[in-house]
Write a protein that binds this ligand. Structure first.
Ligand code: MCN
Length: 786
C-alpha cells in the first residue's frame, strides 16, 4: 500500500550537514553585531553582597555591562515552570540572579563587547563580592534537618511530593509475598553533551518593535509564548523565534533559558544585535542536566516467580531551580512506567522533588522513563537471581500477553499494543542466548567473569491527550500542527511544528507526505523551526514527532486530497463520489476510467489559476491541521548483552549486543536503526561511564570532555538489531516513538550484564556508572574481605 513509508531512504538533510553547510546559530552573522559573555558564579552557594562592574565597563571595546538588578528593575519576569504538580513550590528564577548564586555557573552579570574575546576578558574584570554559604548536593540529604536552604523560603528543600498507586494494597502484597527483594539504587546525574553547545542571537527592529531571536531550541514556539507571556512581556505577534539547524538536544534544549531572555533584552537596551555562544565548559554548568535519583525499591514475588508488588520511594534532585518541564519527569513520566512490560497487581511509588546547589535538571533522553525502567529491570534481574530462575523465564512468566491489549496498568497508563513474548523470543534467538549461557558456564568454570544481561522495557511516547496532561499539571497542550502548501508547480512545502535537531524529519516527514499525496519525496520540503513560517507547534521531545506531528501531516493531506477530488470532479465533469485519489501516482481519476484523470500538479495549478473553480471554492491548494492524540503510544524493546570483566583492572568489555525494538510501523528503517544505535550508546554511557559528579562543596568535578566520559565507538562490538511490529491503534500511521527506546533499555541491560558477571563473587548491586575503579574495588573487597 505504501510506496515510500518503510523504505530506508537516505537522509535529505545529510549532504548539508556532512559538508559543513548547516546553518547553526553560532554561524549566523548580522551587521553591527555585539558579543555577550556571562559572569557565572564559581560558588555553589553564595550570597551576592555587591557587584563592581566599573573595571569591566572601562575596558576598551566593552559596550555595556549589566547585572540582575538591571533586568529585574525593568520588569523582566522569572523563568517559569510549565508543569506544575499539586503543591509544587517554584521559587523565583531570574535570568540573572541578584540575591544568591545557587549553583556553580549561576548567571550573575553579562558583558557586551565588540568581539567575543574582549567580552571574555571583561568577564574577568567584573568583581562580585560573594559571601560563600554551605552547599548541599544530595537529593535526600537536602531534606534532612539542618541542611543548607537553597531558597530561603523553602525550609525543607522539598519542591513537591508526588505519590501514585495504592499504598495500602501494595504494603499488604509485600507482606504476603513469598519473597521480597530490595534494592538501593542510584540513577546518577548526567550531562546531555549535545554536539552543538547552546547559542542565542537577537535583533530588535526599533521602527516596528519586532524582536527576532535565533536560539538553539527544540521548541521555538514555546519559547515565543513564554517570552511574550512571562519573561520579556513583548507582544507575541512582534516576536519571531528561529531555531535553524540545531546540533542535537537530547532534551537539554527544551527549557526556556536565561540567555533567551538576556540576549534580546540587551539587544533592545544597546540598540544593536547581540550574540552569545556557550563554550563546552560553560554548557556543562548552564545546560540543564538529567536523571539524579536516589531510590529504595522493593518487589514482592511468589515462589514461582510471579511478581505481586512493586513499591518505590525516590528522591529526585531538581537542582537549584525548577526548570520548564522538570516536575513532569520524576512524576507522570516515572512512576507511571513502573509496571514495565509486566502484569503487576500492586504498585505504589512516591517521589520527593528536592532543591540542591547543583545545576537545574530537566529532560534528558528518556526523561523519567529510563529511571523507571532501571528500577523495574534491576528488580526483575535481582528477583530472578534470588529465586534461582533464568532472567528470561521470569520475564516471560510476568509479561502482559498480546491478547490483553489495551492493557490498563495500576499506575494510570492504558498501553495501546505490543507483543512482549515475541520481542523476547526474537532477541533470544538473534543473540543465540542458549549458546551465550553455555559459553558463560565454561568461562565461569575457567574463573573468568562473564555476564549476560537482559532488559525488556516499554516506553510511553507522544504525550497525550491535552485534556489529560492538563489535569496532571501541564500548562500547555501536546497537540501538533502541520500545514501543507501544494505550490502551483505541484511541488510541496510542509510546515511542521515539530523540530528536527538530528532525528531526520526532513526525510521521514517527506516520506509520510509523499504517500499521502502521491508526490515524490524529493519534491517535498519540510519547513520547521521558525515561528513565522510555521503557524504553531509544540516541538520535539518525548519521541512524539512521528506519532503526533506525522499524524497532523496525515490529517492536513486528507484535506488537500478532498479539495483535489472536488476540483477534479468539476474539471472532468464527473460526480465527486466517482472520483478516486491514487495516493501512489498523485492522479485523481474517474472510477473505472483511469485515463480520465488530473494529476495533483495540474489540479494545484488550476486551483491557483482560479479560472474555473466549482461554485464557492476558494483559490489555492493549502491546508492546516491540528492533531491532539487520543493516547500515548507504547513502544517496547528487548536487549541481550554479554560482557566480560577483567579481574585485574575492573574494565568491562561488551562482547555481544543484541537489540530488538517494536516502534509500530516503521517509516524509515535506516533512521530507526540509527536512533536505536544512538540510544544504546547513550544508555551504555550511563551504565558504564558518565557521571555529572559534584563534590560536597557543589563543584562539578566532571565539567568538560576531558573529565566527563562519553561513550566512543571502541566501546561497542557490532550490534545486532532486529524488530517486531505491533502497529499502534492510536494513530492512522500505526507508529510509536523510537527516539528514546535504545537509551531506556540499554542502561539496565548493560548493568544487569555486569552484575551477572560479578554474581559468583557475591556482588549483587553496585551504583552506576560501573567504572573500572568501582568494579575493581568491589572485586578486591569480595575476594580479600576489603
Ligand atoms: N521514526 C520512524 N518510524 C517510527 C518511529 C520513528 O521512521 N515508527 C523516525 C522518525 O520519523 C524520526 C526518528 O525516527 O525521523 C525519531 O522519531 P520519534 O521517535 O518520533 O522521535 P522524535 O522525532 O520526536 O525525536 C525525539 C527523540 C528524543 S525524545 C530525543 S531525547 C532524541 C531523539 O529523538 N534526541 C536526539 N533522537 C535524537 N537524535 C539526534 N540525532 N539528536 C538528538 O538530540
Amino acid at each position: 500500500m505504501t510506496k515510500y513509508i518503510g523504505q530506508s531512504m537516505r537522509r535529505f538533510e545529510d549532504p548539508r550537514f556532512l559538508r559543513g553547510k548547516g546553518r547553526y546559530v553560532s554561524n549566523l552573522e548580522l551587521p553591527n553585531l555585539a558579543y555577550m559573555a556571562i559572569v557565572r558564579s564559581p560558588h555553589a552557594h553564595a550570597r551576592i553582597k555587591s557587584i563592581d562592574t566599573s573595571k569591566a565597563a572601562a575596558l576598551p571595546g566593552v559596550v555595556a555591562v549589566f547585572t540582575g538588578k538591571d533586568l529585574i528593575d525593568d520588569g523582566v519576569g522569572s523563568l517559569p515552570s510549565g508543569w506544575n504538580v499539586p503543591g509544587i513550590k517554584v521559587p523565583m528564577h531570574y535570568p540573572l540572579t541578584a540575591d544568591k548564586a545557587r549553583h556553580v555557573g549561576d548567571a550573575v552579570a553579562v558583558v557586551v563587547a565588540e568581539d567575543p574575546y574582549i567580552a571574555e576578558d571583561a568577564v574577568e574584570l567584573v568583581k562580585v563580592d560573594y559571601e560563600p554559604l554551605p552547599a548541599v548536593v544530595d537529593a535526600r540529604a537536602a531534606t534532612e534537618q539542618g541542611a543548607p536552604r537553597v531558597h530561603d523560603e523553602v525550609a525543607d528543600n522539598v519542591s513537591f511530593h508526588w505519590p501514585l498507586g495504592d499504598k495500602e494494597a501494595t504494603d499488604k502484597a509485600l507482606k504476603e509475598a513469598d519473597k521480597v527483594v530490595e534494592l538501593d539504587l542510584v540513577n546518577q546525574r548526567l550531562i546531555a553533551t549535545a554536539m552543538e553547545p547552546r547559542a542565542a542571537m537577537a535583533e530588535w527592529n526599533d521602527a516596528t518593535g519586532e524582536l527576532t531571536l535565533w536560539t538553539t531550541s527544540q521548541n521555538p514556539h514555546i519559547i515565543k509564548w513564554v517570552l511574550s507571556l512571562v519573561t520579556l512581556h513583548v507582544p507575541e505577534h512582534k516576536i519571531r523565534v528561529i531555531s535553524p539547524d540545531v546540533g542535537g538536544g537530547f532534551g537539554s534544549k527544551i527549557p526556556h533559558y536565561p540567555e533567551e531572555v538576556i540576549v534580546p533584552w540587551v539587544a533592545r537596551a544597546i540598540k544593536r544585535p547581540v550574540k552569545w555562544v556557550a563554550t563546552r565548559s560553560e554548557s556543562a554548568v548552564s545546560d540543564t542536566q538529567g536523571r539524579d535519583h536516589i531510590t529504595i525499591a522493593r518487589m514482592g514475588l511468589k515462589n514461582d516467580g510471579t511478581i505481586t508488588a512493586i513499591k518505590v520511594e525516590t528522591w529526585a534532585n531538581m537542582g537549584a531551580y525548577i526548570s520548564l518541564v522538570a516536575s513532569l519527569i520524576p512524576t507522570a513520566f516515572y512512576v507511571t512506567v513502573l509496571s514495565g512490560a509486566y502484569k503487576i497487581a500492586n504498585i505504589f511509588g512516591e517521589v520527593w522533588g528536592t532543591f540542591t546547589n547543583t545545576v537545574w535538571v530537566d529532560a534528558y533522553r528518556g526523561a523519567g522513563r529510563p529511571e523507571g525502567a532501571f528500577v523495574v529491570e534491576r528488580l526483575v534481574h535481582t528477583a530472578a537471581q534470588a529465586l534461582g530462575m533464568d532472567p528470561a523465564e521470569i520475564r516471560r512468566k510476568n509479561f502482559i500477553q498480546p491478547n490483553e491489549f489495551p492493557y490498563q496498568t495500576p499506575v494510570a497508563f492504558l498501553y495501546d499494543s505490543g507483543n512482549y513474548p515475541a520481542l523476547l523470543d526474537k532477541v533470544l534467538a538473534l543473540s543465540n542466548y542458549d549458546k551465550l549461557r553455555a559459553d558463560q558456564k565454561k568461562a565461569r568454570d575457567a574463573g573468568r567473569l562473564v555476564g549476560i544481561g537482559l532488559a525488556t522495557c516499554i516506553e510511553s511516547s507522544g504525550a497525550a491527550p491535552s485534556a489529560v496532561v492538563g489535569t496532571l499539571g501541564s500548562v500547555v497542550g501536546f497537540w501538533e500542527t502541520a500545514s501543507i502548501r501544494v505550490h502551483p508547480s505541484g511541488q510541496v512545502s510542509v510546515h511542521t511544528g515539530a523540530h528536527s535537531h538530528g532525528q531526520g524529519h526532513e526525510t521521514t516527514f517527506a516520506q509520510i507526505t509523499a504517500d499521502q499525496l502521491g508526490i515524490p519525496p524529493e519534491n517535498i520540503d519540510i519547513v520547521h523551526g521558525d515561528t513565522t513560517a510555521v503557524t504553531q507547534g509544540m516541538g520535539t521531545y518525548g519521541s512524539r514527532s512521528t506519532a503526533v506531528g506525522g499524524t497532523a501531516i496525515v490529517k492536513a493531506a486528507a484535506k488537500i486530497r478532498a479539495k483535489a477530488i472536488k476540483l477534479a470532479a468539476h474539471l472532468l465533469e464527473a460526480a465527486e463520489q466517482d472520483m478516486v485519489y491514487d495516493q501512489e501516482t498523485g492522479k485523481v481519476y474517474v472510477k473505472g476510467v483511469p485515463d480520465k484523470a488530473k494529476t495533483i500538479g495540474e489540479l494545484s495549478f488550476a486551483a491557483y489559476q482560479a479560472h474555473n473553480l466549482p461554485e464557492g471554492m476558494e483559490p489555492g491548494m493549502e491546508d492546516l491541521a491540528y492533531h491532539d492524540p487520543g493516547n500515548f503510544t507504547f513502544p517496547s524493546a528487548a536487549h541481550v548483552v554479554q560482557v566480560e570483566i577483567d579481574r585485574e583492572t575492573g574494565q568491562v568489555e561488551i562482547q555481544h549486543y543484541t537489540a530488538v525494538d517494536d516502534c509500530g510501523n516503521v517509516i524509515n528503517p535506516m533512521i530507526v536503526e540509527g536512533q536505536v544505535m544512538g540510544g544504546i550508546a547513550q544508555g551504555t554511557g550511563q551504565a558504564l561511564l558518565e557521571h555529572g559528579y559534584y563534590d560536597e562543596n557543589g563543584q562539578l568535578i566532571a565539567g568538560n570532555l576531558l573529565s566527563y566520559a562519553i561513550p566512543r565507538a571502541d566501546l561497542f562490538p557490532s550490534v545486532t538489531l532486529g524488530s517486531v511490529v505491533t502497529p499502534s491503534p492510536v494513530n492512522p500511521l500505526g507508529v510509536k516513538g523510537v527516539g528514546e527506546m535504545g537509551t531506556i533499555t540499554s542502561t539496565p541491560a548493560v548493568t544487569n550484564a555486569v552484575m551477572d558477571a560479578l554474581s559468583p563473587l557475591g556482588i549483587t548491586n553496585l551504583d552506576i556508572p560501573l567504572t573500572p575503579d568501582k568494579i575493581w574495588r568491589a572485586i578486591q573487597a569480595a575476594e580479600n574481605g576489603g
